[in-house]
Design a protein around this ligand. Structure first.
Ligand code: F6R
Length: 346
């Protein structure tokens, strides 16, 4: 291997495949049956179990479920069942397991117990033969194809879109997601700009990511991707939480990555951007033109999609940033230290 691009070949290829994966999902008819069954069961609340990147997809779905379906939703703590042996009453609860591999024992156990305890269970995976997919009543295949890079990229946005298409069907359906593949291609073409940005962070030791609402999972996922590929300490905060204390860690040496979508969550970010500028922070924003103007630098998202689908686009530049930063720091994001493709936790 002689050049950076060869080092990161798998991750680069899989980042680039995302618009095609989204086209496959948009053409799929697998959402109708499960959406009907969910609507008929009329759950009273929703619980989502997931880990790592998939947990960020689950967090996105939590926002959708509460805002769009107006149902309370929460993220599971799988150890309550897998380690403590709890058997909660899951009647009238819809329980999701989100996992690209469908292979982590704690998630499988959580979904098995939830089903036995009365939940309607759904798995969202990239492996229809996985134990998680077999453990549930309803399975959605995210159709991402084999993901070989250790850092999950295409399975993340495929999970987001699969969850969106299902939940959108439950509410009656819309055409909101249709422009995403073309917009994704447009956004991915901005890679040279992101590669330049990566050079700015080459020697950074710490970094903070922040957003609100639907985009908060993007901030979490961007931080995880940077940590696992570039080995820097990246901490994600809801911008509301950032203002309640952690703002104190930010100075000219701690760059901030912000996500500002066009919608109610994004609007709440504007005073935060102003405050960050007051403390002299270096703020790189992915989002609306207005927000990028208020930052030190950034990338304007193409088109103007509703905030509820914006996270599917927003993460692309951060995936590219993680790749380029890892390479700039002498690493190989295809094989980050200490990580395997399938992580099994109990
Ligand atoms: C990050 C990554 C991990 C996984 C996590 C869950 O790039 O790949 O954080 O997302 O180990 O794995 P699954 O989705 O297979 O349950």
């Amino acid at each position: 291997m002689t050049s950076g691009q060869e080092v990161a070949a798998l991750m680069k290829q899989e980042i680039g495949e995302q618009p095609e994966v989204w086209r496959r999902l948009l053409a799929s008819d697998q959402f109708d049956g499960p959406a009907q069954q969910i609507a008929q069961r009329r759950p009273r609340m929703v619980v989502l179990a997931a880990r790592g990147t998939s947990d960020h997809a689950a967090l996105y779905a939590k926002y959708l479920i509460e805002v769009v379906l107006q149902l309370p939703a929460g993220l599971a703590s799988p150890s309550t069942i897998s380690a403590y042996g709890a058997k909660p009453d899951f009647r009238d609860v819809l329980v999701f397991g989100v996992s690209q591999s469908g292979g982590s024992p704690d998630l499988i156990r959580y979904l098995q117990v939830a089903r036995a305890q009365g939940a309607l269970t759904v798995a969202v995976t990239n492996n229809a033969d996985s134990e998680l997919a077999q453990a549930v009543e309803l399975h959605l295949d995210v159709l991402a194809g084999p993901e070989r890079a250790v850092a999950a990229t295409k399975t993340y946005t495929a999970e987001l879109l699969a969850l969106y298409l299902l939940l959108d069907k439950v509410r009656g359906g819309s055409a909101t997601a249709k422009p995403l593949p073309d917009l994704g291609e447009e956004l991915l073409a901005q890679e040279p700009h992101i590669a330049d940005q990566a050079q700015r962070y080459r020697f950074a030791q710490r970094l903070v990511t922040t957003a609100r609402g639907y985009s908060y999972p993007t901030a979490r996922e961007a931080a995880l991707k940077l940590m696992e590929t570039s080995y820097l300490s990246a901490q994600a905060f809801s911008a509301a939480d950032l203002m309640h204390g952690p703002l104190a860690v930010i100075d000219t040496q701690v760059p901030v990555l912000a996500v500002v979508a066009d919608g109610p969550g994004g609007h709440t970010m504007h005073p935060v951007l102003e405050r960050l500028c007051e403390v002299g922070a270096d703020v790189f924003t992915v989002g609306t033109a207005d927000a990028v103007r208020k930052s030190t630098g950034g990338l304007v998202l193409p088109g103007s999609v509703p905030e509820e689908v914006s996270p599917i686009l927003e993460i692309l530049p951060f995936q590219q940033l993680a790749l380029h930063l890892a390479v700039a720091r002498g690493g190989n994001p295809d094989a980050p230290r200490g990580l395997r493709k399938v992580t099994e936790t109990l």
